[in-house]
Design a protein around this ligand. Sequence first.
Ligand code: PLP
Length: 387
Amino acid sequence: MRISDRACLLTPSLTRRLFDLAKQYDDVVDLTLGDPDIIPQREIRAAACRAIEDGKTRYSQNAGLAAAREAIANFNQKIYEAVISPEEVILTCGGMGALYLMLASLVNPGDEVIIPAPYWINYKQMTQLCGGVPVVVPTYEADNFSITAEALASAITPRTRVMILNSPNNPTGRMISGGTFDKLAKLAIDNDIFVISDEVYRSLIYGDNRHESIWTRPGMRERCAIVDSMSKRFSMTGYRLGYAIGPKELIQAMTRMQENVAACAPLPSQYAAIEAYSSELDVAEMRDEFARRRQVILEGIANIRKLSLSAIDGTFYAFVNISQTGFNSFDFAMRLLEKRHVAVVPGRTYGDSYDGYVRIAFTVRCERLRAALARIRAFVEEDIEEN
Ligand code: PLP
């Protein structure tokens, strides 16, 4: 047997490695995956169970049930204040499914995909799976991890086809400003670049920050698609339901792809989506809970010598600067796990420039988070400093 070159390109992420290693400790606080401890609302669970009980568990149309596409189109019309037809929507197996089908539909071998860093590792690996070439553009904490149109412009070549934007961002929790979106839209139009706008964390935004999307900028609807998911909005990670909103031609291409890789998104989850989006289930309570956790993290890290953390505009991630500890991100994460049984993700997962950071997912309740922070503090101020 010979495994394909493409499959060999993929390496298991450090996120998964730390997650797997964490399993060997009974008392571990696992802050690795973006997979919250919150159970989806009763209405969602009931709709999925009803579908199973009623035997609505067969295949659907490849792009999803007509009623689900319609519910999602209607819901998003209000958010984006734009007319959206169900033909511009495809339901997929998670936001990941949408991203993969989209890249597979847009990228030819050798095409370049611009990915600002720090980035969610899957963008890079999916681009490679599609035969594309990831072109990474770093951002820095000194500039609040802000993307600039100038930096992205300098990465454009005649092979550039796609740019992936993620706001709010995993792992930094920072958002792209409206003014920057204006400039990036112009850049995309002038250079004939398609923009994938990953907005899966848009319901988790704190304080005075407001959700903005490049998709709403003039001229963008024909060259931009939104990726969203029920995973983060409703804490439905295991339901594996996401969707994309984009130009009909792209949605049709993705639908043809989906026929050949998954047939359709899981049916009980599609019925849950119809319920969640048509009744416009309120997610404020969940956001408030994450806002409390965010506060615990901000205060907790501020109280640990040699660690620092700048603002978190959205998401449930903290990108903590560990550079003053003298450890690289991998050693820091491994030793923290071994010594104090707290699992975090090494920053180098998110790009070569981020070995001075670790990502903490505040996906556990406040008291557990406080316990984890006490352990991290003991690790940094006792274990490290004693050595
Ligand atoms: N986009 C980003 C930035 C993510 O962090 C994730 C999950 O962690 C996803 C997309 C996809 O999530 P899912 O496939 O569960 O919808």
